[in-house]
Design a protein. Structure first.
Length: 224
């Protein structure tokens, strides 16, 4: 994805995720527990959490797009994203304690102990687990969209493939030149890595120009 679309996706995904968490966690709690936060405070907490996690997740995209990280597995990136987001939450809690210190609501000597008490509280642990699980789900959805294409996903959800219709399309067939010669010189391992790099670069270009990659066939790619 482009940086702009990646940022929009990250913010939207975490706005939805944090909204679901707050709805499940706090809606109706006034009847069963002492929770007296105002609606304005809850909305502010929701938006701040969404921005914090959204930008943190976008940061993992920037890291993941580095050449050294592109060859890593999806599972590896899921773990890295989850750890970065958990770290972002922990930093956010610490910043909140610093704000309380600046406002005079917390003594300097109690800063670390108050932070540790908050971090180890069961509600915080539950929130961290939710963040880790949500990160894995969002990353999985993201990978499926990137592999299949957003348009294909939309068509599957809308049922378009169950109602065939004629379309006017332009097909482009791309084939790697002198692939047999390169395979003989490089060997099957290095040649496979070369193909992966070529398709990875092609994918970025296709996304940039809103081209749909129909399929890969050996060292060939079919675009529409």
């Amino acid at each position: 994805m482009h940086k702009r679309s990646s940022l929009v996706f990250s913010l939207a995904a975490w706005t939805i995720a944090t909204g679901i968490y707050m709805l499940v966690r706090f809606y109706g709690t006034a009847e069963v527990m002492d929770f007296s936060e105002s609606p304005v405070a809850m909305v502010a907490l929701w938006l701040i959490s969404s921005l914090l996690l959204g930008f943190a997740y976008f940061g993992t995209d920037v890291i993941g797009n580095r050449p050294s990280m592109r060859s890593k597995s999806y599972g590896y990136m899921m773990v890295v994203r989850g750890l970065i987001l958990i770290a972002a939450v922990l930093v956010g809690i610490f910043i909140a304690r610093l704000i309380a210190l600046a406002q005079g609501n917390l003594a300097a000597a109690d800063l670390i102990s108050a932070y540790l008490d908050r971090v180890t509280h069961k509600t915080t642990v539950a929130a961290l687990v939710f963040v880790a699980v949500s990160s894995s789900v969002i990353t999985f959805i993201r990978q499926m969209v990137e592999r299949s294409g957003a348009k294909v996903i939309r068509n599957l959800i809308s049922g378009k493939y169950h109602r065939p219709r004629e379309e006017t399309r332009i097909f482009l067939f791309l084939d790697l030149r002198s692939s047999t010669t390169m395979a003989e010189k490089l060997g099957h391992v290095l040649y496979s890595r070369l193909i992966q790099d070529c398709f990875r670069d092609l994918t970025e270009c296709a996304i940039a120009h809103e081209v749909e990659i129909y399929q890969y066939v050996g060292d060939e790619a079919v675009l529409t």
